[in-house]
Write a protein that binds this ligand. Structure first.
Ligand code: OAD
Length: 234
């Protein structure tokens, strides 16, 4: 891979799997134990807010105890040392990319370390539970919800992602099943716009055929190896 300057990296639950955070669609994943329509839609929140808040409180608490793994660390190293443009677009709501030291991270499905006040539209830093309806630190209303994107809602910062894909020479997808749009469509956007495409995943994803190259194995092994290759080119 020569003549690469601008890189867009899409990450999914697989990059955090070896940190002990549940994936969604693999055997034993979250969507085997919970139905997305019960816990991850605006309709579910309107129907049974306690169930939805308890689900996200449980996930927020679980994430707090986990640590970045070798894949997050390698991506943080690439972010620090890569001389061109680089953007890590993550579908993950954990903060393990940031805790590993990555700076150029965009959370397209939201994040667990902020809450969203539906009364004043602020997004205060948050680490505790929401089930007891705490007041918003900005406006005092008990109107905080998880700052995550639910099915049927628009992912965050799509214009920035589109602009980065436009400039990308290389698009890399790491640890995502390719089942959820619009993220699953980024590989085709990137190809149409002329970028090289690479998949790094435990197994072929649903979108594997769209990539120029695919490497399969645990993220903690294949991501550091790829980062070493990239930094040798830089
Ligand atoms: P999935 O659970 O759908 O897919 C995780 C992918 O990671 C699978 O393809 C696994 O094979 C792979 N994987 C598992 N362990 C791995 C490892 N150690 N190393 C490398 N790869 C590994 O998760 P996502 O694709 O992230 O959205 O799911 C996308 C979205 O669907 C999520 O952001 C969430 C979910 O519903 C919302 O909640 C809106």
């Amino acid at each position: 891979m020569t003549n690469i300057r601008n890189i867009v990296i899409l990450t999914g639950a697989g990059v955090s799997a070896e940190s002990g955070i549940d994936t969604f669609r693999t055997a034993g994943g979250l969507w085997e134990r919970y139905k997305p329509e019960d816990v991850a839609t605006p309709e579910a929140f309107a129907r049974d807010p306690d169930l939805v808040l308890a689900f996200y409180d449980m996930r927020r608490a679980a994430i707090r105890e986990k640590q970045p793994n070798l894949a997050h660390e390698a991506l943080a190293r690439l972010d620090a040392e890569w001389p061109g443009e680089l953007l890590i677009v993550t579908q993950n709501v954990d903060d393990l990319h940031e805790r590993a030291g990555a700076r150029r991270v965009l959370h397209m499905h939201g994040q667990h370390h902020t809450a969203w006040c539906t009364a004043c539209d602020s997004r205060p830093a948050w680490s505790g539970p929401l089930i007891h309806r705490p007041p918003c630190p900005e406006c005092g209303e008990a109107a905080l919800r998880p700052d995550v994107v639910w099915f049927g809602e628009m992912p965050y910062r799509m214009e920035e992602i589109a602009a980065a894909l436009h400039e990308a020479d290389l698009f890399v997808s790491i640890g995502t099943s390719g089942a959820v749009y619009p993220a699953a469509g980024f590989v085709r956007n990137a190809r149409e716009l002329g970028a090289a495409t690479l998949e790094l995943n435990l197994e072929p994803s649903q979108g594997s055929r769209w990539f120029d190259e695919a490497r399969h194995g645990p993220a903690s092994e294949i991501v550091p190896a790829w980062v070493d290759e990239m930094l040798a080119l830089a």
